[in-house]
Design a binder for this molecule. Structure first.
Ligand code: KG4
Ligand code: ZN
Length: 366
């Protein structure tokens, strides 16, 4: 199997990666250069799940299979480059819904084999963690170490990002992810899936001080999160309404606003502990779909200000699942490998539903 030319890796300007993301319900492909230029990006956010009110893993895997070939073709056409200009193929190998990860990574391996290119298997969480380092993505140049708050439908964790391959998970959710809590409460309020954006919109019509809801783990030491008690408390408020259609809109808005206030306050408390636990962090970054929530963002910004930390949130399309972050992570890993005189080709890497970040340094160990 050919390896990427080490001189290309060292110049930091000559690599072009084709990347694929398929770990949940977004089928995505991108072509990314090592200077951070995105030559092409395509994404298909699967509509197949709407009728079920949540992602159905089996349907997601089949949808990736149906859409991936056309999406890759479109990406190559958009970039208007030749295969001979591409240095490697990268794909998410985990963690995630295993069916989708198998589809995306096998497809990428097929491309790599057919084109005689190295294959780079990417950890999805590591890719989220490194997104803020894509040059020009924000007004800050992001240097290690920094603190990342990753908050999506499937993940909710604080990570101290010390270097490529060196991550310390300060804490994570012990039950639901924040996005899951937003989605479940939205469902209780009769809103359509995904519920987060709809709940935020409804909350704008409500009074956030109407109900005092629990803020799980608030004031406790550590950086873990818990949201299921809050979700249950909202459910209890709604028990007198047998049918969601009889719920007055004003009441629904007040519940939405009170829920948003409670979850934000719980998150900020845990994040404050994470900042204290990583005092050398140069900035606070965020990623994941829930980071789209303006109310939450405003409070994270205020927290960052309190600790004199710059707050970096990539543009929304790079906060949510995308293939650009997969390509960028491959570039960072290849450059790090070159520094360690290592050549990476993960063609025999197996897709993993779980893949702890603590294992990432192994690729640089001899
Ligand atoms: O990162 P993402 O697109 O996909 C994964 O879960 O991997 O995140 C989707 C999650 C959903 O739970 C969605 O409801 C939530 O992010 N979300 C929001 C908002 N926009 C998306 N939650 C709260 N407020 C929002 N504005
Ligand atoms: Zn994700």
């Amino acid at each position: 199997m050919p390896s990427i030319h080490q001189s290309d890796v060292k110049t930091n300007n000559n690599m072009i990666i084709l990347s694929i993301e398929s770990s949940c319900d977004d089928t995505a492909c991108a072509i990314v250069c090592s200077d951070g230029t995105v030559l092409a990006e395509q994404i298909y956010s699967q509509k197949e799940h709407v009728q079920f009110g949540g992602v159905v893993p089996e349907i997601a895997a089949r949808a990736h299979l149906s859409h991936l070939s056309d999406l890759v073709k479109k990406t190559l056409n958009q970039a208007n480059i030749d295969w001979k200009d591409i240095n490697a193929v990268a794909a998410t190998c985990g963690p995630g819904l295993i069916g989708g990860v198998i589809v995306g990574s096998s497809f990428a391996k097929g491309l790599a084999l057919a084109r005689n290119l190295p294959f780079i298997g990417i950890n999805h969480i590591e890719a989220h963690a490194l997104t803020v380092r894509i040059p020009h993505i924000s007004e800050h140049q992001v240097h290690f170490p920094y603190l990342l708050f990753l908050t999506s439908g499937g993940h909710c964790q604080c990570i101290h990002v010390k270097d490529i391959g060196d991550y310390h998970r300060l804490g994570g959710t012990i039950d639901d992810a924040a996005g899951e809590a937003f989605d479940k409460v939205a469902k209780m309020l009769g809103l359509s899936w995904p519920g987060g954006p709809a709940l935020e919109a409804l909350a704008k019509e409500g009074d956030e001080n109407t109900f005092s809801l629990p803020r799980p783990l608030y004031g406790r030491p550590g950086c873990d999160f818990s949201f299921s008690g809050l979700k249950t408390a909202v459910g209890n408020l709604l028990t007198e309404y047998e049918n969601i259609d009889t719920l007055p809109r004003k009441l629904a808005a007040n519940i939405a606003a009170s829920f948003q206030k409670a979850i934000t306050s719980a998150i900020i408390n845990r994040l404050e502990n994470a900042i204290k636990a990583s005092p050398n962090s140069t900035l606070l970054a965020t990623a994941g779909g829930v980071a789209a929530n303006q109310y939450l963002r405003k409070h994270i910004q205020e927290l960052a200000n309190k600790y004199n930390l710059p707050f970096v949130a990539p543009p929304m399309k790079y906060c949510t699942d995308n293939a650009v972050m997969i390509g960028w992570a491959a570039i960072e890993i290849l450059q790090q490998a070159a520094k360690n005189n290592k050549v990476i080709d993960d063609i025999s890497m197996l897709p993993r539903p779980r893949w702890p970040l603590s294992e990432m340094s192994q690729i640089f160990d001899s």
